[in-house]
Design a protein around this ligand. Structure first.
Ligand code: ZN
Length: 161
């Protein structure tokens, strides 16, 4: 198989599907693009999250949906690769799972993961840097909620509540 070193992420084609000009140009302002009909993009570092409002009929059955919002997030390639390999004694995981975790992690969780997986960047969970970083996401909120709702002592049968 002959895979090129650089695969375009953005390019233009005419009405017949012919490739026009140099790939990865953002603005088709030269004469090369005078016949451009479509812009095609393939961004490999995007996890897309879509919220659809469910539209119900008179009987409460979901009949269709309407897009409410959509967002994209990216991830660190070296972190995802370390998660796939299972570096530093972690369980290896699939690429899709690693991407989903890394792309959804907030800044401090991403840094904690990088530290846990032995990358050259990042910081430990609950370190001063972690405390200083005011981001939050479902991963660290869950951790905080566990700590918040941790019972400080164990109840014994017969204890009054
Ligand atoms: Zn987080």
């Amino acid at each position: 198989m002959n895979i090129p070193d650089h695969i375009p992420i953005l390019w233009y084609e005419d009405k017949d599907g012919n490739f026009l000009g140099e790939p990865n140009l953002q603005v088709p302002d030269s004469n090369e693009f005078k016949d451009a009909h479509v812009q095609i993009s393939e961004f490999p570092f995007q996890l897309r999250t879509t919220y659809l409002e469910l539209i119900r009929d008179a009987y409460g059955k979901v009949g269709s949906s309407k897009k409410m919002m959509e967002g994209e997030s990216s991830w660190s390639d070296d972190l995802v690769c370390a998660m796939i390999r299972g570096d530093k004694g972690h369980q290896p995981m699939t690429a899709s799972r690693a991407i989903q975790i890394a792309a959804k992690a907030c800044e401090r969780c991403m840094n904690s993961l990088a530290h846990e997986y032995g990358l050259t960047w990042g910081y430990p969970e609950y370190s001063p840097e972690w405390q200083k970083c005011r981001t939050s996401c479902q991963w660290c909120d869950e951790t905080q909620n566990k700590k918040k709702f941790e019972i400080p002592y164990k109840l014994k049968v017969g204890d009054k509540l």
